[in-house]
Design a protein around this ligand. Structure first.
Ligand SMILES: [Zn+2]
Length: 205
């Protein structure tokens, strides 16, 4: 039974990976990430459904655009496979059983997905532009604040959690200021990663 859950989670991970590559390409260019059809960045040819199947399309097309034959960056397939594996590992670690609905595990899984998505997208955009993407980073901080409050309510009011939530709130304000130094933003992003890992680890202890 669990094999089916694992297979589903791997596929969801791969699909999200495919979304990450799209988000990484479009967000810095201020393009729509949900409605516009995907296209080849070289020849601008609109891509069909069968050109967009994660992992498989890349393999069948030999890593080239069907229309202009230009090379597709291997980053696409790498991010897709890595995110599939990450989701699979996370589901195994959480020991999710579909026959038992455990809200704490589901909440941890949802938070894990949002946290992981933010880290991947911010890091990949940083690699290309040497800049932390403010909007995506803020989205991740909001997810951390909400999950921190959830942990506070769940774990009979541990005050530490409220302090972390306040720290995150301050970070969102500093991050939203356009003039903020990029180095400060990088430091805040590292703090964000540490807090996120801490929040995820709570379910295992
Ligand atoms: Zn093309």
């Amino acid at each position: 039974m669990n094999i089916i859950v694992y297979a589903y989670m791997f596929i969801i991970g791969v699909l999200l990976g495919s979304f990450y590559t799209l988000a990484v390409y479009r967000i810095p260019l201020k393009q729509d990430i949900t409605h516009t059809r995907s296209y080849c960045p070289k020849c601008n040819h609109k891509l069909n459904f069968w050109d967009l199947i994660p992992v498989l399309s890349y393999i069948f097309l030999g890593g080239k655009c069907r229309y202009c034959k230009s090379k597709i960056r291997p980053r696409y397939i790498i991010i897709e496979i890595l995110s599939g594996i990450a989701f699979l590992l996370f589901t195994i670690l959480l020991d999710i059983d579909i026959l038992k609905i455990e809200y704490t595990k589901i909440a941890a899984l949802i938070f894990g997905i949002l946290f992981f998505s933010t880290v991947i997208i911010v890091v990949a955009i940083f690699k290309d532009y040497k800049k932390i993407q403010i909007s995506v980073f803020n989205f991740g901080i909001i997810a951390e604040i909400i999950y921190m409050i959830y942990l506070y309510i769940l774990n009979t009011s541990i005050y530490r959690y409220i302090i972390y939530a306040m720290l995150l709130l301050i970070m969102i304000v500093i991050n939203s200021i356009k003039k903020t130094n990029e180095k400060i933003r990088i430091i805040m992003f590292l703090i964000f990663i540490l807090i996120g890992i801490y929040e995820i680890s709570i379910i295992f202890i």
